[in-house]
Design a protein around this ligand. Structure first.
Ligand code: ATP
Length: 266
């Protein structure tokens, strides 16, 4: 059974080349984690005393302003960062989807990149070979799949990457906002695949600034504020506290209908 447990974990970044203050007036910072100047070298306290316990079936949205610590938390959960203090334990095969382009090689073909990217996300070569035709259909890239990736436009790369990502079977899926930044029309086509992907995964943690996306994919949320967990609970309740108003209030009717159809929290 998959699980994520984090006990009193902190992640800090010492900054060795920080410049001394040159602004005429001290600017009150709202975005970003706390910067501690107690030591000789300034330290960015990206995560402070995080306690989280997630289990199979949890679909958690991470919300919070810029620099609140969402991406750092995802990196901690994926094992990219070790906690500077405290502990974390993740049981299950993790697929980190932070940057759609990571793990792609510009010199090899689209087909080859499909396999390589799948391996990077924890699939086997045999599994990817079974799925390659389906992914190829979805991308609509035709003969371009035989060409090196460097000949692709940005949008073509995104199609390929999204095709692969939505074909995998992760136990724990860690998604960062970036995926919401792709071309809207294509995302519309990818929506069903993305929903299926989330349904197949045992546990989802998704950092996003998009209410609509969060409501579609998540059933609970964690509000990060200056590196700390400010609130944890049902998605609607947390979003309402974070935004200061109920995000469903102004949601157009067609969106509400779609959200209830996909089993979102509407
Ligand atoms: N590699 C790094 N080196 C130094 N500081 C970092 C590093 N990565 C993140 N930080 C700092 O950690 C804090 C949290 O950043 P993080 O990227 O986790 O925020 P976020 O909530 O994902 O923000 P956004 O919504 O803008 O993506 C910020 O203060 C940021 O400056």
């Amino acid at each position: 059974m998959v699980s994520i447990d984090v006990w009193n974990a902190s992640v800090e970044f010492p900054i060795f080349d920080a410049k001394t203050r040159s602004l005429k007036k001290a600017v009150l910072g709202k975005a970003g984690g706390k910067i501690s100047n107690d030591t000789k070298v300034p330290v960015i306290e990206a995560l402070q005393d995080i306690n989280i316990s997630l289990r199979h079936g949890d679909r958690v949205g991470l919300v919070g302003h810029n620099g609140a610590g969402k991406s750092t938390l995802l990196r901690l959960l994926s094992g990219i960062y070790e906690p500077t203090r405290g502990n974390s334990r993740v049981v299950g095969k993790v697929a980190p989807v932070f940057d759609l382009g990571v793990g792609m090689d510009p010199e090899i073909s689209g087909y080859e990149n499909i396999i390589i990217r799948g391996l990077f996300l924890g699939m086997t070569r045999a599994q990817m070979e079974k799925r390659v035709d389906d992914i190829a259909d979805f991308t609509e890239l035709g003969n371009y799949l035989n060409m090196p990736l460097r000949t692709y436009s940005t949008g073509m790369r995104v199609r390929l990457a999204l095709g692969v990502v939505t074909s995998i079977d992760p136990e724990i899926l860690l998604l960062d906002e970036g995926i919401g930044a792709v071309d809207a029309a294509f995302l519309e086509r990818a929506r069903d695949r993305l929903n299926d992907l989330v349904r197949r995964s045992g546990l989802l943690v998704f950092a996003s600034h998009s209410d609509e996306f969060l409501m579609e994919l998540c059933n609970s949320a964690i509000w990060m504020d200056q590196g700390r967990v400010r609130m944890q609970g049902g998605l609607r309740e947390v979003l309402t506290a974070y935004k200061g108003h109920d995000p469903f209030e102004n949601m157009p009717q067609h969106v509400l209908e779609r959200l209830s159809a996909v089993g979102g929290t509407a």
